[in-house]
Design a protein around this ligand. Structure first.
Ligand code: CP
Ligand code: NVA
Length: 321
């Protein structure tokens, strides 16, 4: 399989599509520009209806294909609304309804779709599928979640933290639970946004050593512990996610391993008094987080969900500019 080497070269332009594949392969200055643009658009739209266009919409006449090989509520709706507000339109493709479901390769699909649409957003299982799509597409490809990463979500989370608490640089972010795709993306973000990440995970579900080494090599400050209290101590942000991600098995074993990592009021009280609580959603109330925390005064989860829309507008505008 060809790997899309070209996209990891900072500053690549011209005929090379501007993919948004992962936080650790986009320049930190571009990530900051996307966040600034997203916030500017969010503020400028206050009071407008959801079907009203942005002023000066940058994607008029542009078509976004959205491929979903896994379930979604937020990603599907927020990308659809985002491209419409930017002046474009979207096309929804469910993996099993296309020839992908009957064995047509991702590479061939990428080449065909590139003749019809202006950008492709894909949610798939294997990260290699995303990379293959990017290697063969001649239009920008956006990662809408893989088993490895979920960069649109973490960028929206960073926007949310900064709206509530100011710059994330030199702050402490604590993750409690599964060392999953969200945890890996937070590791990527640690280097780009210069914060300390403390991951509390059971050893069986910790991020892989190669992901940790890669994050450290890129300048990420990541501490891994088995102790959620150590991770959360004086932290500025506490995050968790589902104990069972899409595609995971061994439900009972996961529940047993992750029960000590539940975010409840007692654990939140160890964080800084101004700490925020974040969760990408969907939440499993009573499992990874209690009602008291997710519905409590420190929770910013609904702003996080809203910011998916704003940040993806920044991403689309960046990809298609
Ligand atoms: N957080 C997130 O990506 O939600 P969906 O699975 O509903 O898209
Ligand atoms: N870790 C979760 C995130 C869902 C948005 C999953 O992959 O299912």
């Amino acid at each position: 399989m060809r790997t899309p080497q070209r996209i990891i070269e900072p500053g690549a332009r011209h005929d090379i599509p501007r993919h948004f594949l992962d936080i650790d392969v986009v320049d930190a200055s571009d990530l900051r520009a996307i966040l600034d643009d997203s916030l500017r658009r969010k503020v400028a739209r206050r009071g407008r209806g959801q079907v009203e266009l942005d002023e000066d919409p940058p994607c008029v006449g542009r078509l976004l294909a959205m491929i979903f090989e896994k379930a979604s509520t937020r990603t599907r709706v927020s990308f659809d609304v985002a491209i419409r507000q930017l002046g474009g339109e979207s096309l929804l493709l469910r993996g099993e309804d296309t020839q992908l479901g009957r064995g047509e390769t991702i590479g061939d699909t990428a080449r065909v779709l590139s003749r019809y649409v202006d950008a492709i957003m894909i949610r798939t299982s294997a990260h290699e599928n995303l990379l293959e799509m990017a290697a063969y597409a001649t239009v920008p490809v956006i990662n809408g979640l893989t088993d490895r990463t979920h960069p649109c979500q973490v960028l929206a989370d960073i926007m949310t933290f900064e709206e509530h608490r100011g710059p994330l640089a030199r702050r402490v972010v604590a993750w409690c639970g599964d060392g999953n795709n969200m945890a890996t993306t937070w590791m990527h973000a640690s280097a780009s946004f210069d914060f300390e990440l403390r991951l509390a995970c059971p050893p069986e579900l910790a991020p892989s050593p190669s992901e940790l080494e890669s994050a450290a090599r890129k300048g990420g400050r990541v501490l891994v512990t088995q102790n959620p209290e150590e991770a959360v101590e004086s932290a500025d942000c506490v995050i968790t996610d589902a104990w069972v991600s899409m595609g995971d098995d061994e439900l009972e074993r996961r529940h047993d391993l992750l029960a000590p990592y539940r975010v409840d009021e007692r654990l939140m009280s160890r964080a800084h008094k101004n700490a925020v609580f974040m969760h990408c959603l969907p939440a499993h109330r009573g499992e990874e987080v209690t009602d008291a925390v997710i519905d409590g005064p420190q929770s910013v989860v609904w702003d996080e969900a809203e910011n998916r829309l704003h940040v993806q507008k920044g991403i689309l505008a960046w990809c298609l500019s």
